[in-house]
Design a protein around this ligand. Structure first.
Ligand code: NAP
Length: 463
């Protein structure tokens, strides 16, 4: 091995170590920022190492690619707001998968079409896998983006026999893939497999409701990672194998964790068309929704011993995290014990609430996970639900027929009293009614979460 090759392998080893430490950092909000920076540095080291490669014949094209990629990345980080993070992730996956897919197609073209070489079975396996999963991830992620951005209808788009059509299409692509391992020179079939994979990506994601997109995306993340690992095998690149495997398995673990927190299986997310109107089996609702005003709520909060805030998706859309913190501070000044309860799937992406509350400098020591806070709720004077709905729906616990039956919830209905901040009678992502809002110990404070919280801060300060 010449010196240049050693150098490249050392940069790849360094990049891989940085990726591992980056991932480790992401496991806690305190270290997440450092983790991100380490992973980004790892990517930079890997790119620089690759630029020393002897196989590179044209640096101009690489520079053009770098500039275009850099500009797209910068534009996405500047102009896409925090609340559009899921869309941003979907686009990033689409680009990553497109890169993997294109590398696979060009490698095939270079060896089989252009040089008329035959391809060893192991290489064709890696390459076929890369193209199959890379291509379906490209279109699947683009549809996920379009659904989240509301460019395409967010509710599941379904028809009878859809799962059979989709699975048959995938089976056909998989059969072609296996055939190509034995007969790699069947070029038209290779291109047919590429087209089928692109089409399958669209068909796979269309029947999934937009609220399930985070799970779909982390699954796509996993596919894109595995496609990159396969690329690594196909072109003999170690850093791609390591980074792709880390990406593939972390995405898969994340999907499983999200499904667990929603008490759903991955097959139900992928093939259940959850969120379509027909799946709704409304709860039997007793009582009436009781509206309360900010001044009365403020008095109740100011004289409470313990208050628990339960943020949800509405806090994110209202960008109310700073106002929550201000209210928490105002209450703590009066000697009230303030805790923040975090449901693992509150919001629209894992860690959504943690990120927002961290941005507002809420101390980590005040954040409580669902299992920690639930036993404390019966002794809590006021639970304040801020734009959350599904994650506090007691139907999940009490009604075995509910589509979200078994999903663990933050049991605010067991608190002494509950105040719910939301704009009106809007439902959560599951589209289900929430009996919590009709309970006698619940008061509804209507309005945008940010403006309701600002009113509460002022009223608490003056009470
Ligand atoms: P949710 O069930 O979607 O409810 C959000 C509520 O916020 C709505 O009922 C809405 O009511 C209210 N809202 C919206 N904008 C508001 C504003 N500006 N001010 C005040 N209120 C506002 O949210 P969640 O309780 O956080 O539950 C998350 C859901 O997403 C769960 O069902 C979970 O399974 C699902 N999910 C999450 C993830 C994840 O990773 N976090 C992944 C996949 C799925 P109004 O319209 O009346 O205001």
């Amino acid at each position: 091995m010449d010196l240049k090759k050693y150098l490249i392998e050392i940069t790849y080893l360094l990049a891989s170590i940085l990726f591992v430490f980056g991932l480790k950092g992401l496991s806690h909000p305190k270290t997440a920022r450092r983790g991100m920076n380490l992973a980004a540095l790892g990517m930079l080291v890997a790119i620089v190492g690759t630029l020393f490669h002897n196989d590179i014949i044209n640096y101009e094209l690489i520079m053009i690619g770098l500039v275009i990629g850099g500009l797209i990345g910068a534009a996405m980080s500047i102009w896409m707001p925090m609340t559009a993070m899921p869309q941003r992730t979907a686009l990033s996956h689409a680009f990553g998968a497109l890169a993997a897919s294109l590398v696979g197609i060009s490698e095939y073209y270079r060896h089989v079409v252009d040089s008329h070489e035959t391809m060893e079975a192991y290489k064709m396996t890696a390459l076929g896998f890369e193209v199959l999963f890379g291509s379906l991830t490209v279109t699947g992620s683009l549809i996920a983006f379009a659904k989240l951005q509301e460019l395409v209808r967010g509710t599941p788009i379904t028809y009878k026999g859809q799962n059979i059509v989709n699975l048959s299409l995938f089976a056909l692509a998989a059969i072609i893939f296996i055939y190509l391992i034995f007969v790699p020179t069947a070029t038209p079939l290779f291109y047919l497999m590429v087209v089928l994979s692109f089409v399958f990506g669209v068909l796979l994601v269309m029947p999934i409701g937009s609220a399930d997109m985070p799970v779909v995306m982390s699954l796509m993340n996993s596919y894109a990672g595995l496609a990159s690992a396969a690329t690594g095998f196909a072109i003999g690149n170690n850093v791609l194998i390591i980074a792709g495997t880390l990406d593939g398995f972390s995405g898969f673990i994340l999907s499983i964790l999200m499904c667990k927190a929603m008490n759903r299986s991955i097959t139900n997310v992928l093939f259940g068309a959850f969120g379509s109107p027909s799946t709704e089996t409304g709860a039997a609702l007793d009582g009436v929704m009781r509206e309360v005003v900010a001044d009365d709520v403020a008095v109740r909060l100011a004289y409470a011993r313990q208050v628990v805030f339960v943020p949800g998706y509405g806090m994110a859309t209202a960008q109310a995290q700073h106002a929550v913190r201000e209210l928490g501070d105002a209450l703590e000044l009066r000697g009230v014990i303030v805790k923040y309860a975090i449901h693992p799937v509150a919001g629209r992406m894992p860690g959504h609430m943690n990120v927002l509350l961290a941005e507002a400098n809420v101390p980590y020591s005040s954040l409580y996970e669902m299992d920690q806070i639930n036993p404390e709720l019966p002794a809590t004077d006021v639970a304040v639900v801020i734009g959350a709905n599904d994650v506090v729906n007691p139907d999940a616990r009490d009604n075995p027929k509910s589509p979200i039956a078994g999903m663990p919830i933050i049991e605010v209905d067991r608190a002494q009293s509950v105040i719910v901040l939301k704009r009106g009678k809007g439902k959560g992502f599951s589209g289900l009614e929430n009996p919590l809002f009709y309970k006698s110990n619940t008061g509804m404070l209507y309005g945008d979460a940010k403006s309701s919280l600002s009113k509460l801060v002022q009223a608490v300060q003056h009470s």
